[in-house]
Design a protein around this ligand. Structure first.
Ligand SMILES: O=C(O)CCC(=O)C(=O)O
Ligand SMILES: [Fe+2]
Length: 278
């Protein structure tokens, strides 16, 4: 089970960073995200996904903003089937339906600010030998970055016609530095522990999931492990239900050196190619 960390506790930063180190993720309670705003966004984006308007926002390969239809959805590295999902990549500079813009931008700012705070915690709590190996301070890696992105996902109700073996989101690791993931509208998210067990993550707004992405793993020479996670298909009881979720992916500027081998840009492009979206 999870031990939730109280975001407002005195030792929160230390507890948070040691959880990332031990498991690649952390569960935060007493977090500052706004439930009403998130609920409203889930409903408003669900309406968008139910309309044909979505097709006017198709993503472009070079910028990666906009709508990814189900048949364009990424295929997790090493997975044999595409995920059963459609999604939208929101960047402040990118495409967004007018009716969703104000609230989506408000949430983007709220979640980005929290992500920055948490990255500062990681920076301050990194052991000296790890911190010395960062090419620049973690907080500088995201300065003026326009790569941080909000992904709004819609997992449609299951129809029974899904390709055998396909799953809402196959096991994967996130590409970015840190991911901020409020409870989805339904359960299904599981994270893999370091001893290989799948653990159900609570889908209650009070618990916020934060996980390490591959770029932080790379920048820390694997001191911080990047968590493997997935979204399993619903049981019979909720077959007819859509699922909406909204991870924020905190990204470094493209020029940032992560390791001897990679800049953030090189790393991202390599990963997008593996996912079949670039
Ligand atoms: O839908 C979720 O709960 C998780 C989504 C996810 O892991 C992702 O899009 O990277
Ligand atoms: Fe993910």
């Amino acid at each position: 089970m999870f031990e939730a960390i109280d975001f407002k506790a005195k030792d929160a930063a230390q507890a948070f960073v040691s959880s990332l180190k031990e498991t690649g993720f952390a569960v935060l309670k007493n977090h500052p995200l706004n439930k009403t705003l998130v609920d409203n966004l889930y409903q408003a984006w669900l309406d968008f996904y139910r309309s044909a308007e979505k097709y006017q926002f198709a993503y472009t390969q070079d910028k990666q903003d906009g709508y990814f239809a189900k048949n364009k959805a990424e295929k997790a590295k090493n997975a044999t089937q595409q995920d059963i999902k459609e999604y939208f990549h929101y960047y402040p500079w990118g495409q967004c339906p007018d009716v969703l813009k104000v609230q989506t931008q408000a949430y983007f700012e709220q979640a980005s600010q929290l992500a920055q705070t948490l990255l500062n915690w990681v920076e301050n709590q990194s052991p000296p030998e790890v911190a010395q190996a960062y090419s620049q301070k973690l907080s500088d890696m995201i300065k003026n970055s326009d790569m941080t992105m909000l992904r709004i996902l819609h997992y449609p109700p299951m129809t029974g016609d899904e390709a055998p073996g396909s799953i809402r989101a196959a096991a994967h690791e996130d590409i970015n530095l840190l991911t901020i993931l409020p409870a989805a509208s339904e359960g299904g998210l599981q994270v893999k522990t370091l001893n290989g067990e799948w653990l159900d993550v609570p889908a209650e707004f009070g618990y916020l999931i934060v996980n390490t992405g591959d770029m932080l793993q790379e920048a820390s020479a694997h001191y911080f492990p990047s968590t493997t996670h997935r979204v399993i298909n619903p049981s019979d009881r909720i077959q007819n239900t859509s699922r909406i979720s909204m991870p924020l992916f905190l990204h470094a500027r493209p020029d940032v050196v992560l390791s001897e081998q990679y800049t953030a840009h090189k790393y991202l492009i390599e990963r997008l190619k593996e996912l079949g979206v670039y």
